[in-house]
Design a protein around this ligand. Structure first.
Ligand SMILES: C[S@@+](CC[C@H](N)C(=O)[O-])C[C@H]1O[C@@H](n2cnc3c(N)ncnc32)[C@H](O)[C@@H]1O
Length: 442
């Protein structure tokens, strides 16, 4: 079924909202204010609370609308549908406006916070690159003929991929060198290429040969989880105000995907730590959902005593790597625990770790949820810095943390996922009431 809809406002997951005969419809590839022809997703004759659909034609366009620079990721009606860039129809400025509006709306509706605008800050180099060339990791599936492919939305059709405009220039150089786009693989196999951004070279202007040389063997190409080329363990370097931190990361493990995200988030985090702790260094710190220790290393370096730093990570390999990265950096006394955050925090922690002054958490998309929020509040930490990749989960957890006695005292947002609806938000929560039981300790 196809019908005309006036689009009203932004919604989550890269969609906008309109109404058809009083029923809510979430529309992909739309923008507020537009009059669009929408094809509804099937089945649309059910008595659902809402329908979903996609723009097939634009009758009145928003000023923020642009021609997709990666048409394959655009609307199905324009030959797109492969996903991965659901805001590809929006100008770069418009993408920032979209994400900013969404953070404000989710924080109002679910977090019960009446915020002034939260401007979304662009990673410096993204403007010159038109919001492309930022991914240091890509994943594809080999189609039935063995070609690298992506699935077309709403179909079983696989589209052979010969380029990936969101991939970093270094990654594309390695892919070309490996002949990744022309090679054939076992049908159905997952293909993953990870290329840490090389240092000491202007990756935006360097040619393929120079990029491949700069990368060396610091990349991993895996097929069905098995290493085909490169190294099983990758080396990542991140520059922050206190110097360069070195990390080893498993080829399959989590690492921030945008070339500059580790630096942008790490630098902002450490600025916040400086601000809340002032001249006195933090006495005890928790780094929850630590991954391979991206934030644990600078936090340990900043702590008064690194033996009073606790990191927790659920993925076994990442937890091991966090431990190894801390050892290599001279912080072997940090307590790096593997396991579920809620479970580890519910165990008897050594006394020196049980009442952190500062908590940093960077949970997966689902957020921290009530139990972890409660355990954090019970620790009586003065400040909590929450790094969130989903503003909706952050808003939900904000409502819980404010109920538990914390106030939202700072919030900033970073566009480390251009061309997509994703956005990273960093929120600082401060305990509202002075806690008498802590008075003797300080
Ligand atoms: C968004 S990543 C952040 C990692 C790290 N802070 C970084 O920026 O590299 C979230 C991490 O949480 C871990 N994780 C997910 N659920 C978890 C849980 N219930 N308990 C502990 N760790 C968990 C994942 O394995 C992942 O490494």
């Amino acid at each position: 079924m196809q019908t005309t809809v006036r689009i009203e406002r932004y919604a989550d997951q890269g969609r906008c909202v309109g109404h058809i005969d009083g029923r809510v419809v979430f529309v992909r590839f739309a923008l507020p204010g537009e009059l669009v022809q929408v094809k509804l997703d099937e089945p649309y004759d059910r008595e659902d609370r809402f329908w979903t659909g996609e723009v097939v034609a634009v009758e009145e366009a928003s000023d923020d609308r642009v021609q997709p620079t990666w048409p394959l990721a655009g609307p199905l009606a324009q030959g797109g549908g492969v996903g991965g860039a659901d805001l590809v129809h929006v100008s770069l400025e418009g993408q920032l406006r979209w994400k900013s509006a969404l953070i404000k709306e989710q924080m109002r509706r679910m977090g019960h916070q009446d915020l002034a605008d939260v401007p979304v800050e662009r990673v410096e180099s993204d403007l010159a690159l038109g919001g492309l060339n930022w991914r240091t990791r890509i994943e594809l599936i080999a189609d039935e003929q063995g070609r690298p492919s992506m699935r077309r939305r709403g179909t079983h059709e696989r589209v052979a991929i010969k380029d990936m405009p969101l991939a970093s220039k270094a990654l594309l150089a390695v892919a070309a060198e490996l002949g990744l786009w022309q090679s054939s693989y076992e049908p159905g196999a997952q293909l993953r290429l990870a290329v840490p951004e090389p240092w000491g070279i202007d990756t935006a202007s360097a040619d393929q040969e120079a990029l491949v040389k700069a990368v060396g063997d610091d990349y991993a190409f895996t097929v069905g989880g098995q290493l085909r080329a490169g190294s099983a363990v990758l080396r990542e370097q991140v520059g922050m105000a206190d110097g360069i931190h070195d990390y080893q990361v498993g080829s399959q493990g989590f690492w921030q995907v945008h070339r500059q995200a580790p630096e942008v988030l790490g630098s902002h985090l450490m600025e916040l730590v400086d601000r809340v702790c002032g001249a006195s260094k933090p006495r005890s710190i928790w780094d929850l959902y630590s991954g391979a220790g991206l934030f644990t290393l600078p936090l340990a370096a900043q702590a008064q005593d690194s033996s009073k730093v606790l990191s927790i990570e659920g993925n076994k390999i990442a937890a091991k790597q966090a431990h190894a990265n801390l050892q290599a950096a001279g912080f072997g006394d940090v307590v790096a625990r593997g396991g579920d955050v809620a479970r580890v925090l519910s165990t008897n922690l050594p006394k020196r770790l049980s009442h952190p002054e500062l908590i940093v958490l960077d949970p997966p998309r689902a957020g921290a949820k009530a139990k972890v929020c409660r355990l954090m509040a019970e620790s009586k930490a003065r400040n909590i810095i929450y790094i969130a990749c989903d503003p909706t989960s952050l808003a939900r957890d904000t409502a819980i943390l404010t109920e538990l006695g914390y106030g939202l005292t700072d919030i900033r947002a970073f566009d480390i996922y251009p061309m997509t609806h994703h956005v990273e938000t960093v929120a600082l929560f401060t305990r509202k009431l002075p806690d008498r039981s802590q008075a003797g300790r300080r």
